[in-house]
Write a protein that binds this ligand. Sequence first.
Ligand code: FE2
Length: 233
Amino acid sequence: MEVHRLFSVPILQLRLSTHNEYVFNYPKVGELKNNKPVSWVGAVNTTFPKAKGDNIVSKEQLERLKNDITKEIEVAFLHLNLTSRFTIDEFWYNIYEKGFGQEAHDHLSYNPVTDPLWSGVYYHKNCSSIPTVFLRPDSKFRCQLFDGCGDSQIGDAFLGNWSPQVSDGDIILFPPYLQHYVFCDIDDVETRMTFSFNIDRTTGDICREAWDRDFSVPWDSGQGGTQPPEMPS
Ligand SMILES: [Fe+2]
């Protein structure tokens, strides 16, 4: 017998080798300001969509950190034979304390031309006990569930969500379409800090490939439309 595992979702876990060189002016628990964007639900202290430098992380630290993360990703992409033509565009930090969190969301932009290539999180401080939860993109797998299915030899095929085990200093790269959330529900004396970012393509050619990829499947049931939209010129 052979088991085929189809359509896997890639998540890359890297290590920021310069992690220990970064110390910021962390706000204390109880002093954290909730400044979430209007469209977000969970409370969070964030610089979304772009950190510009402030009294917590200086502009110089931001630039250096972004460069260091870019270098780690370049090595990983080279190792996996992925594209070297990318840039980190949006780059922001989130700080959480108990009761703070982010509801399920993805990083798509509603336009395949401007969708990120990858998205990422750098787990900077106090993250190991408060993981990101990634959600499976489809729900139809539920028709196969049964009591104890997770213990079967193909239990991984029945996973509805998944959380990476991370240590501070880890970087997780994930597809921008993958929904994820985080919720701080444990008492802690320290705030949790992550940096989030999107990785963009650097050439128009790759944008066209992405568009063709997204709409190359038969455009029929379940897509909510009958024809793929025109690609903008
Ligand atoms: Fe996110």
